[in-house]
Design a protein around this ligand. Structure first.
Ligand code: BGC
Length: 415
């Protein structure tokens, strides 16, 4: 059999379509932190896709929600000259890595990205006018997941304001249900805290967490934010120390707890457990944030391999696959997110995703589309880390809110 005939046969068998034998041998090492049930299923789609194209997928998964452990592992790898082919990086960190001169551009596969991405995201995945990151999907952070049976048993209704929320939490408590499932890592504290910041309005959120405006950070409203967080803490169980986010989600899935504040990767867990929105669980927007949308967009960046300044065929194929409409759809169906690529049909998605999509369009037009601080979209690492320390200290001590806002304003100055 001639070479072309062999390749044709392999392609017909669903293997190695359109790649040369040299490319086929390329192995791509991929660093990510998608290790929960829903997350693994979603990244598995990419792995299968790349394997079908003839590449060898070397999985470098570093467990730990929101990626803190993965980012530490990545630094070690790059410093020791063993940068992976691709790594899960997002937000301003993309620019930080690009400025180190260790990334490769992927412009040759990004020809139509500008017209297929929301402008905010299109800007984020470029550095110095070159595309350096491939975006996966949009996660909305300001969600509250509710176990439907728990809500019904407590005789409560879906809360849209904080007073309504506390009323439901009290009812659950009275019915013998743990009102809130909460995990125990700093990023989970920060996720809840930014939800409460958002509940003071998208403009307040932007001034506080995007502009880091000192007046806003020390305002009475910000004192109120910390007071509300303190009150919400009163409904946590005592076992949250060190608990992973997906274990907290599991508590809501199996009815051990009534509610969880979490971004919609949590919905990937409900879906993976065979649960249906509206019947088994409810995806509600965090009280008083219905017009706003905290976005969190995952992406992969691509590292120079063996000192080569250009992307390898495997890296380009990976970037191209990530942005393809078919992959965007299947990945988000498993992940709980919505496609970041515009124009991907939403008909296979559930009500929660459809709501996310509709609310995103409204929020983009009305100025309520804001980057999540807790998920690395709003600030460089240093400032985000310092703010996170303040929030975690507050949530793990008896510090008063006025002291916390002073510490917050100081942390915001961290460069
Ligand atoms: C990531 C999600 C991930 C979640 C929990 C977030 O920061 O953007 O993709 O599922 O962390 O690990």
């Amino acid at each position: 059999m001639k070479f072309r005939a062999i390749m044709g046969a392999l392609c017909a068998a669903g293997l190695m379509c359109g790649v040369s034998a040299v490319q086929a041998a390329e192995s791509i090492e991929v660093l990510h932190w998608w290790t929960s049930g829903g997350e693994s299923k979603a990244v598995g789609v990419l792995k299968d896709d790349m394997t079908k194209q003839g590449y060898t997928w070397k999985d470098f998964a570093v467990a730990g929600g929101a990626g803190a452990a993965a980012m530490t592992a990545l630094k070690t790898q790059v410093i020791s000259g063993n940068a992976p082919s691709a790594a899960q990086i997002k937000g301003p960190l993309i620019q930080e890595w690009a400025s180190q001169g260790v990334l490769v551009p992927i412009d040759s596969v990004a020809g139509d990205w500008k017209k297929n991405l929301p402008p905010q995201i299109d800007k984020l995945v470029q550095a110095d006018g070159h595309y350096v990151a491939a975006p996966f999907s949009v996660h909305r952070v300001n969600w509250l997941y509710i176990n439907k049976a728990a809500l019904d048993k407590a005789g409560g209704k879906v809360p849209t304001t904080w007073p309504e929320f506390f009323a439901v939490a009290d009812k659950m408590k009275a019915a013998g249900i743990q009102p809130i499932a909460m995990g125990g890592q700093p990023w989970q504290d920060l996720t809840l805290w930014e939800d409460v910041v958002l509940s003071e309005g998208a403009d307040f959120y932007k001034k506080a967490l995007v502009d880091l405006d000192e007046k806003t950070l020390t305002s009475d409203k910000m004192v109120q934010v910390f007071d509300t967080v303190r009150k919400i803490q009163g409904y946590f169980d005592t076992g949250r120390t060190g608990r992973d986010w997906n274990l907290a989600t599991a508590m809501v899935i199996n009815g051990k707890a009534g509610m969880q504040f979490m971004g919609d990767w949590a919905k990937g867990e409900f879906t993976n457990a065979g649960k249906k929105s509206g019947t088994d669980f409810i995806c509600a927007v965090v009280p008083q944030t219905d017009k706003a949308y905290t976005y969190n967009v995952d992406s992969f960046v691509f590292f120079q391999q063996k000192g080569q300044k250009a992307a390898t065929p495997g890296q380009l194929a990976l970037a191209k696959t990530i942005m393809s409409p078919e992959f965007q759809e299947q990945f988000s169906l498993y992940k709980g997110s919505i496609p970041v690529r515009l124009g991907v049909p939403m008909d296979k998605f559930d009500d929660c995703a459809k709501k996310s999509y509709a609310d995103e369009q409204v929020a983009i037009k009305a100025g309520g589309y804001v980057p999540s601080l807790a998920h690395g979209m709003a600030q460089p690492d240093a400032a985000a880390g310092a703010i996170s320390d303040v929030v975690t200290k507050f949530m793990n001590s008896q510090e008063d809110s006025k002291t916390a806002v002073q510490a917050l304003a100081k942390a915001a100055k961290t460069k």
